[in-house]
Design a protein around this ligand. Structure first.
Ligand code: CNA
Length: 310
Protein backbone atom coordinates (compact mmCIF):
# COMPACT_ATOMS: atom_id res chain seq x y z
CA UNK A 1 0.00 0.00 0.00
CA UNK A 2 2.77 2.43 0.90
CA UNK A 3 4.55 1.63 -2.36
CA UNK A 4 1.42 2.47 -4.33
CA UNK A 5 0.97 5.80 -2.55
CA UNK A 6 4.60 6.65 -3.10
CA UNK A 7 4.51 5.76 -6.81
CA UNK A 8 1.44 7.87 -7.33
CA UNK A 9 3.22 10.80 -5.76
CA UNK A 10 6.15 10.42 -8.09
CA UNK A 11 3.88 10.12 -11.10
CA UNK A 12 2.20 13.33 -10.10
CA UNK A 13 5.52 15.12 -9.73
CA UNK A 14 6.29 14.10 -13.31
CA UNK A 15 2.92 15.26 -14.56
CA UNK A 16 3.34 18.59 -12.79
CA UNK A 17 -0.41 19.00 -12.23
CA UNK A 18 -1.00 16.45 -9.54
CA UNK A 19 0.48 16.51 -6.05
CA UNK A 20 1.98 19.95 -6.17
CA UNK A 21 0.77 20.59 -2.66
CA UNK A 22 3.15 20.02 0.22
CA UNK A 23 2.24 16.90 2.22
CA UNK A 24 3.81 14.18 4.29
CA UNK A 25 3.74 10.44 3.60
CA UNK A 26 5.55 7.53 5.20
CA UNK A 27 8.45 6.69 2.94
CA UNK A 28 9.25 3.19 1.81
CA UNK A 29 12.35 1.55 3.21
CA UNK A 30 13.84 -0.43 0.35
CA UNK A 31 17.11 -1.70 1.79
CA UNK A 32 19.00 -1.75 5.05
CA UNK A 33 22.45 -1.62 3.43
CA UNK A 34 24.11 0.59 0.86
CA UNK A 35 27.49 0.69 -0.91
CA UNK A 36 29.67 3.04 1.17
CA UNK A 37 33.23 3.12 -0.19
CA UNK A 38 34.34 6.71 0.38
CA UNK A 39 37.23 6.40 -2.15
CA UNK A 40 34.84 5.30 -4.89
CA UNK A 41 32.38 8.03 -3.91
CA UNK A 42 35.09 10.71 -4.06
CA UNK A 43 36.17 9.41 -7.49
CA UNK A 44 32.58 9.64 -8.68
CA UNK A 45 32.34 13.27 -7.52
CA UNK A 46 35.65 14.22 -9.12
CA UNK A 47 34.44 12.75 -12.44
CA UNK A 48 31.03 14.45 -12.30
CA UNK A 49 30.30 17.78 -13.93
CA UNK A 50 26.57 18.19 -13.43
CA UNK A 51 25.59 17.47 -9.84
CA UNK A 52 22.13 17.99 -8.38
CA UNK A 53 22.05 18.37 -4.59
CA UNK A 54 18.85 18.06 -2.56
CA UNK A 55 18.72 18.79 1.16
CA UNK A 56 16.53 18.81 4.22
CA UNK A 57 16.55 19.95 7.82
CA UNK A 58 19.36 17.50 8.74
CA UNK A 59 21.79 19.72 6.84
CA UNK A 60 21.21 22.52 9.35
CA UNK A 61 21.16 20.58 12.63
CA UNK A 62 24.92 21.16 13.02
CA UNK A 63 24.14 24.90 12.86
CA UNK A 64 21.85 24.45 15.86
CA UNK A 65 18.47 24.33 14.09
CA UNK A 66 16.52 21.21 15.05
CA UNK A 67 15.04 19.01 12.30
CA UNK A 68 11.62 17.36 12.49
CA UNK A 69 12.32 13.70 13.04
CA UNK A 70 15.63 13.13 14.86
CA UNK A 71 14.72 10.95 17.85
CA UNK A 72 15.59 13.19 20.84
CA UNK A 73 16.54 16.58 19.36
CA UNK A 74 13.95 16.98 16.55
CA UNK A 75 10.92 19.29 16.83
CA UNK A 76 8.59 16.25 16.92
CA UNK A 77 10.35 14.97 20.04
CA UNK A 78 10.09 18.36 21.75
CA UNK A 79 6.53 19.41 21.19
CA UNK A 80 5.51 20.42 24.72
CA UNK A 81 6.39 24.09 24.41
CA UNK A 82 4.48 24.37 21.13
CA UNK A 83 1.33 22.72 22.56
CA UNK A 84 0.45 21.11 19.24
CA UNK A 85 -2.39 18.63 18.69
CA UNK A 86 -0.15 16.64 16.31
CA UNK A 87 3.43 17.27 15.07
CA UNK A 88 2.79 18.50 11.51
CA UNK A 89 0.39 21.18 12.80
CA UNK A 90 3.26 23.61 13.37
CA UNK A 91 3.76 23.93 9.58
CA UNK A 92 0.14 23.34 8.53
CA UNK A 93 -1.87 26.11 6.86
CA UNK A 94 -5.32 25.26 8.27
CA UNK A 95 -3.94 24.99 11.80
CA UNK A 96 -2.03 28.26 11.48
CA UNK A 97 -5.14 30.14 10.34
CA UNK A 98 -6.67 29.64 13.77
CA UNK A 99 -3.58 28.98 15.94
CA UNK A 100 -0.58 30.99 14.73
CA UNK A 101 1.17 30.89 18.13
CA UNK A 102 3.24 27.71 17.77
CA UNK A 103 4.71 28.68 14.42
CA UNK A 104 5.35 32.23 15.61
CA UNK A 105 7.34 30.95 18.62
CA UNK A 106 9.38 28.74 16.26
CA UNK A 107 9.85 31.59 13.75
CA UNK A 108 11.08 33.97 16.46
CA UNK A 109 13.72 31.50 17.56
CA UNK A 110 14.85 30.45 14.10
CA UNK A 111 14.37 33.66 12.11
CA UNK A 112 17.06 33.58 9.37
CA UNK A 113 20.12 35.75 9.67
CA UNK A 114 20.01 36.27 13.43
CA UNK A 115 21.32 33.36 15.50
CA UNK A 116 22.63 30.69 13.13
CA UNK A 117 25.61 30.27 10.84
CA UNK A 118 26.12 27.93 7.88
CA UNK A 119 28.12 24.77 8.59
CA UNK A 120 30.49 22.61 6.55
CA UNK A 121 27.55 20.97 4.77
CA UNK A 122 26.45 24.33 3.34
CA UNK A 123 30.03 25.22 2.43
CA UNK A 124 30.45 21.87 0.67
CA UNK A 125 27.61 22.89 -1.66
CA UNK A 126 29.33 26.25 -2.24
CA UNK A 127 32.53 24.33 -2.99
CA UNK A 128 30.75 22.16 -5.57
CA UNK A 129 29.60 25.39 -7.19
CA UNK A 130 33.11 26.88 -7.17
CA UNK A 131 34.49 23.69 -8.72
CA UNK A 132 31.98 24.12 -11.57
CA UNK A 133 30.13 20.93 -10.66
CA UNK A 134 26.84 22.18 -9.19
CA UNK A 135 23.94 22.02 -11.62
CA UNK A 136 21.19 22.93 -9.13
CA UNK A 137 20.61 22.87 -5.39
CA UNK A 138 17.11 22.04 -4.15
CA UNK A 139 16.28 22.54 -0.51
CA UNK A 140 13.30 22.10 1.77
CA UNK A 141 14.97 24.32 4.31
CA UNK A 142 13.66 27.77 5.06
CA UNK A 143 16.60 28.92 7.16
CA UNK A 144 18.46 30.67 4.32
CA UNK A 145 21.82 29.22 5.40
CA UNK A 146 22.88 28.23 1.88
CA UNK A 147 22.45 31.85 0.74
CA UNK A 148 24.40 32.99 3.77
CA UNK A 149 27.13 30.51 2.80
CA UNK A 150 27.40 32.34 -0.50
CA UNK A 151 25.80 29.82 -2.89
CA UNK A 152 24.72 31.75 -6.00
CA UNK A 153 20.93 32.35 -5.72
CA UNK A 154 20.48 31.33 -9.38
CA UNK A 155 21.68 27.83 -8.40
CA UNK A 156 19.28 27.55 -5.45
CA UNK A 157 15.68 26.35 -5.64
CA UNK A 158 14.04 26.95 -2.25
CA UNK A 159 11.16 24.53 -2.75
CA UNK A 160 9.45 25.42 0.51
CA UNK A 161 9.93 29.17 0.11
CA UNK A 162 11.88 31.69 2.16
CA UNK A 163 11.53 34.32 4.83
CA UNK A 164 12.17 37.08 2.27
CA UNK A 165 8.53 38.16 2.00
CA UNK A 166 5.28 37.75 3.95
CA UNK A 167 1.54 37.84 3.29
CA UNK A 168 -1.87 37.33 4.84
CA UNK A 169 -3.09 33.71 4.95
CA UNK A 170 -6.69 34.86 4.34
CA UNK A 171 -6.60 37.58 1.66
CA UNK A 172 -2.96 37.14 0.49
CA UNK A 173 -2.26 40.87 0.91
CA UNK A 174 1.53 41.36 1.09
CA UNK A 175 2.84 42.38 4.52
CA UNK A 176 6.07 44.33 5.16
CA UNK A 177 8.76 41.86 6.20
CA UNK A 178 10.38 44.33 8.59
CA UNK A 179 7.05 44.72 10.45
CA UNK A 180 6.61 40.95 10.64
CA UNK A 181 10.14 40.50 11.96
CA UNK A 182 9.89 43.17 14.65
CA UNK A 183 6.45 41.90 15.76
CA UNK A 184 7.66 38.31 16.02
CA UNK A 185 10.73 39.44 17.97
CA UNK A 186 8.40 41.32 20.39
CA UNK A 187 6.09 38.28 20.80
CA UNK A 188 3.28 40.04 18.95
CA UNK A 189 1.03 38.20 16.48
CA UNK A 190 1.29 39.77 13.00
CA UNK A 191 -2.22 40.52 11.70
CA UNK A 192 -3.31 41.72 8.24
CA UNK A 193 -4.19 45.42 8.20
CA UNK A 194 -6.82 44.78 5.50
CA UNK A 195 -8.80 41.77 6.77
CA UNK A 196 -7.36 40.88 10.20
CA UNK A 197 -6.21 37.45 8.97
CA UNK A 198 -3.02 36.00 10.41
CA UNK A 199 0.17 36.80 8.52
CA UNK A 200 3.11 34.47 7.94
CA UNK A 201 6.33 34.53 5.92
CA UNK A 202 5.90 33.17 2.38
CA UNK A 203 7.23 29.74 3.22
CA UNK A 204 5.34 26.68 1.99
CA UNK A 205 3.22 25.05 4.67
CA UNK A 206 1.65 21.60 4.43
CA UNK A 207 -1.41 22.18 2.24
CA UNK A 208 0.17 24.92 0.10
CA UNK A 209 1.49 24.87 -3.45
CA UNK A 210 5.20 24.70 -4.20
CA UNK A 211 6.67 27.32 -6.55
CA UNK A 212 6.17 26.39 -10.23
CA UNK A 213 9.91 26.76 -10.79
CA UNK A 214 10.48 23.75 -8.53
CA UNK A 215 8.70 21.33 -10.88
CA UNK A 216 10.35 22.65 -14.06
CA UNK A 217 13.85 22.77 -12.59
CA UNK A 218 13.61 19.40 -10.83
CA UNK A 219 12.70 17.50 -14.00
CA UNK A 220 15.19 19.32 -16.22
CA UNK A 221 18.21 19.31 -13.92
CA UNK A 222 17.73 15.71 -12.78
CA UNK A 223 17.39 14.45 -16.34
CA UNK A 224 20.75 15.94 -17.32
CA UNK A 225 22.61 15.32 -14.06
CA UNK A 226 25.43 12.82 -13.74
CA UNK A 227 25.15 12.59 -9.94
CA UNK A 228 22.44 13.33 -7.39
CA UNK A 229 23.49 14.01 -3.80
CA UNK A 230 20.77 13.81 -1.17
CA UNK A 231 21.69 15.19 2.26
CA UNK A 232 19.93 15.45 5.62
CA UNK A 233 16.37 14.56 4.76
CA UNK A 234 14.02 11.76 5.79
CA UNK A 235 12.35 12.01 2.33
CA UNK A 236 8.97 11.99 4.04
CA UNK A 237 7.60 15.22 2.59
CA UNK A 238 6.19 15.23 -0.95
CA UNK A 239 6.41 16.37 -3.68
CA UNK A 240 9.97 17.41 -2.72
CA UNK A 241 11.00 13.84 -1.86
CA UNK A 242 10.07 12.75 -5.42
CA UNK A 243 13.19 14.51 -6.78
CA UNK A 244 15.30 11.59 -5.64
CA UNK A 245 13.72 9.30 -8.24
CA UNK A 246 13.85 11.73 -11.18
CA UNK A 247 17.42 11.05 -12.45
CA UNK A 248 17.82 8.26 -15.00
CA UNK A 249 17.88 4.76 -13.51
CA UNK A 250 21.65 4.35 -13.99
CA UNK A 251 22.61 7.85 -12.82
CA UNK A 252 24.71 7.75 -9.67
CA UNK A 253 23.00 8.78 -6.43
CA UNK A 254 24.74 9.52 -3.12
CA UNK A 255 22.95 9.68 0.22
CA UNK A 256 24.61 11.55 3.10
CA UNK A 257 22.39 11.01 6.12
CA UNK A 258 22.13 9.27 9.48
CA UNK A 259 20.08 6.43 8.05
CA UNK A 260 18.98 5.03 4.68
CA UNK A 261 15.89 6.84 3.39
CA UNK A 262 13.50 6.65 0.43
CA UNK A 263 14.47 4.38 -2.45
CA UNK A 264 18.22 4.51 -1.74
CA UNK A 265 19.81 1.13 -2.22
CA UNK A 266 17.40 0.06 -4.96
CA UNK A 267 19.35 1.36 -7.97
CA UNK A 268 22.60 0.01 -9.46
CA UNK A 269 24.70 3.15 -8.81
CA UNK A 270 23.40 4.06 -5.34
CA UNK A 271 25.95 4.88 -2.64
CA UNK A 272 25.67 6.20 0.88
CA UNK A 273 27.72 7.82 3.62
CA UNK A 274 25.73 7.02 6.72
CA UNK A 275 26.19 8.79 10.06
CA UNK A 276 27.02 12.37 10.90
CA UNK A 277 26.90 14.75 7.92
CA UNK A 278 29.80 16.95 9.09
CA UNK A 279 32.14 14.01 9.63
CA UNK A 280 31.23 12.46 6.29
CA UNK A 281 31.70 15.74 4.41
CA UNK A 282 35.09 16.22 6.04
CA UNK A 283 36.10 12.64 5.10
CA UNK A 284 34.86 13.14 1.55
CA UNK A 285 36.71 16.45 1.14
CA UNK A 286 39.82 14.78 2.51
CA UNK A 287 39.62 12.08 -0.18
CA UNK A 288 38.91 14.68 -2.85
CA UNK A 289 41.89 16.80 -1.74
CA UNK A 290 39.44 19.65 -1.04
CA UNK A 291 39.91 20.03 2.75
CA UNK A 292 41.90 23.27 2.51
CA UNK A 293 39.43 24.69 -0.01
CA UNK A 294 36.55 23.90 2.34
CA UNK A 295 38.23 25.58 5.30
CA UNK A 296 39.19 28.58 3.20
CA UNK A 297 35.72 29.07 1.79
CA UNK A 298 34.21 28.84 5.28
CA UNK A 299 36.70 31.28 6.85
CA UNK A 300 36.42 33.84 4.05
CA UNK A 301 32.65 33.76 4.20
CA UNK A 302 32.47 33.96 8.01
CA UNK A 303 34.64 37.09 7.90
CA UNK A 304 32.24 38.53 5.30
CA UNK A 305 29.23 37.69 7.51
CA UNK A 306 30.89 39.32 10.54
CA UNK A 307 31.65 42.48 8.54
CA UNK A 308 28.04 42.64 7.33
CA UNK A 309 26.73 42.27 10.87
CA UNK A 310 28.74 45.29 12.14
P1 CNA B 1 13.32 15.49 8.84
O1 CNA B 1 12.12 14.72 8.47
O2 CNA B 1 13.44 15.95 10.24
O3 CNA B 1 14.58 14.59 8.48
C1 CNA B 1 15.89 14.97 8.79
C2 CNA B 1 16.84 13.83 8.40
O4 CNA B 1 18.15 14.29 8.61
C3 CNA B 1 16.65 12.57 9.22
O5 CNA B 1 16.77 11.46 8.38
C4 CNA B 1 17.79 12.64 10.24
O6 CNA B 1 18.23 11.38 10.66
C5 CNA B 1 18.85 13.34 9.41
N1 CNA B 1 19.80 14.08 10.20
C6 CNA B 1 19.57 15.08 11.10
N2 CNA B 1 20.72 15.59 11.58
C7 CNA B 1 21.72 14.87 11.00
C8 CNA B 1 23.13 14.90 11.11
N3 CNA B 1 23.77 15.79 11.88
N4 CNA B 1 23.85 14.01 10.39
C9 CNA B 1 23.23 13.10 9.59
N5 CNA B 1 21.89 13.04 9.42
C10 CNA B 1 21.15 13.91 10.13
O7 CNA B 1 13.52 16.77 7.92
P2 CNA B 1 13.14 16.94 6.39
O8 CNA B 1 13.85 18.14 5.91
O9 CNA B 1 13.27 15.68 5.63
O10 CNA B 1 11.59 17.31 6.54
C11 CNA B 1 11.04 18.18 5.72
C12 CNA B 1 10.43 19.40 6.42
C13 CNA B 1 11.21 19.88 7.61
C14 CNA B 1 10.46 20.53 5.47
O11 CNA B 1 9.15 20.92 5.20
C15 CNA B 1 11.24 21.68 6.15
O12 CNA B 1 10.71 22.92 5.81
C16 CNA B 1 11.09 21.40 7.59
N6 CNA B 1 12.10 21.98 8.50
C17 CNA B 1 13.07 22.83 8.06
C18 CNA B 1 14.02 23.33 8.93
C19 CNA B 1 15.09 24.26 8.41
O13 CNA B 1 14.83 25.09 7.54
N7 CNA B 1 16.32 24.16 8.92
C20 CNA B 1 14.00 22.93 10.27
C21 CNA B 1 12.98 22.07 10.71
C22 CNA B 1 12.02 21.60 9.82
Amino acid sequence: MQIVRRSLCLLNLNLKNGVNVCGSFSSVRWKSEIYSDVDAIAKRISESSSIVVMSGAGLSTASGIPDFRSPTTGIYANLEKFKLPYPEAIFELEYFKTNPGAFNIWAKEYFPGINFLPNKGHYFIKLLEEKGKLSKYFTQNIDGLERLAGVDPSKICEAHGTFSSASCTSCQEPYPMEDLKSELMSDLTPVCKKCNGFVKPDIVFFGENLPKRFFDDAEFDCLFSDLLICVGTSLEVYPFAGIVDLPRHNTARLLINNEIVGSFGSRPNDTGLLGDIQKNIEALCDKLGWSDDLTEIQLENEIKIMKNQK
